[in-house]
Design a protein around this ligand. Sequence first.
Ligand code: ADP
Ligand code: MG
Length: 585
Amino acid sequence: MSSASPILGIDLGTTNSLVGVVDSGFPILLADETGARMTPSAVHYAQDGSILVGAPALRKRSLEPQRTVTSVKRLIGRRSGEGDWTPPYDLRALGTTPVEVSAEILRRLKAIAERALEQPVSRAVITVPAYFNDAQRSATKQAGELAGLTVERIVSEPTAAALAYGLDKLDERKKIAVYDLGGGTFDISVLEMRDGVFQVLSTAGDTQLGGDDIDRALAAHLAPPGSDPALFLEAAEAAKKRLSSQESTRVDLPFYDGKNSLSRELTRAELEKLIRPLLERTREHCQRALHDAGVMLDEIDEVILVGGSTRIPLVRGLVARVFGREPNTSQNPDEAVAQGAVIQAGILSGSLQNVLLLDVTPLSLGIETFGGLMNVIIPRNSTLPCKAGEMFTNAVANQRDMLIRVLQGERELAKDNWELGQIVVPFPPGPKGSARVGVQFSIDVNGILQVLARDTATGKDIVLEIQNTAVDVDDERVEQMIAESVEHAFDDMNERLWTEARLKAEELLPAVETALAQFGDAVSEAERVTIQAAAAEVRRLLNAETHDATALKAANRALDEATQELAVRLVERAMEESLARRGLV
Ligand code: ADP
Ligand code: MG
């Protein structure tokens, strides 16, 4: 554990609350002494003035509902009488307030963290629903402070969830739908990535729709005529959860009312029939949120699931149908918000930097160019995802294709770098420089490199996908590559300059020779001597044992200058000839 005081990430939920912290660069959720990471958001006020929080409080609910406060989040930051929910308890009679009840839960989470971390903590990030107004946000903050926590930031739940799903690495303007079905509420939010942060474009939902409603419907279904459905609530919730992973389950309730017993088989199909109308109600809220955000269905890039009730297969199916795509289920839905709060806390405290730094290219990526040089397209240490490209042409006339060698490494010469793959791009033969081949490299958040080569004449794409190797390189090999590039920096640079000068010389020499042979009469004898001497010097350096890039570059320049006059005259003559041909002179 880092020495600096850590910042806790807290999901203060309507039904369940969680706490976590970044440990050694990884976000983790902390368990209490029973091993549970989820603390029911329940507080029991006993007759004798003692207070129970979490699972022990929840166990008192059926015995003393008036003394057991649950779902207090529905009341926080509201004036009394405001809102659409009447709790089965009277906070005033208990001598408490929503802020104080929330503070009890936060105090418990703080204690869980301090026990797990073996050190005191005093700072936290707390999540709230996106639709919470200022009063509700500041009441939540106040609850934190009452619990002895400095609230460093209040984060909206869908934003936290998106962070947990790793969506902060998405491209700008990507749009995400967050479907959150918890214990008592349903929230749907549409987010957009802008300037590297999430903007909540819209939220919609139903504050009276969640897992509790499913439990009530199922309890009523299970209760034999004349019995009290409340007696079946607990068994109903347990059976509901089992049916998320099983097709059928047994419900056994011996002597539920002291004399009668219940024992029956319950199938998933039976549950689905019961809850389908409830779940269908979420559909219109989704459409509403899209409409309010001004976003079309097909503009949504990702749909993520949040809240314990989204573990129900029927919910997943419904979301898939509503959004026309499979939702992302890669995270635990009931832990995603807390996980995101922890990530946000880690970013604030600076302890997540190491993790973020992993998401860069460890070595440069590029392609081999004519002459065997490395042409870097994505430099080392570029943050993922990233995209870059360049246009290339044919170096010689009548070339029929171009071989693109994808390289990784820091060396100037292609041969010293590692080859990741090859693509051959065919194109119609033509004069030198006539082909136009665009090459684009893109690396997604998962480190998959895609190389796309397109002949702009035909518009035909050739794609090469390279899994992971572009990003997952053994640390030792990265270090060795960098060390070698430093060690050979001078020689490498000289080789690059040499190759560039050589290519230039090889282009210049035959051109000068042709010109002298064809238009020799256009130059004076003195000029011819100067040009031939300059050409000889270029040829000498080109064939010399040691590669003197600077000298060859200078010789190229001298040859270029010596042929200036000749070049001008050649252009003039060509013009005259062309005009004469057209009968204009
Ligand atoms: P909240 O955000 O309201 O605090 P959660 O996200 O923790 O709540 O969701 C709690 C709800 O999820 C409860 O109604 C619970 O019964 C339900 N739930 C948890 N696990 C499952 C499961 N495996 N199948 C169906 N429902 C589940
Ligand atoms: Mg929640």
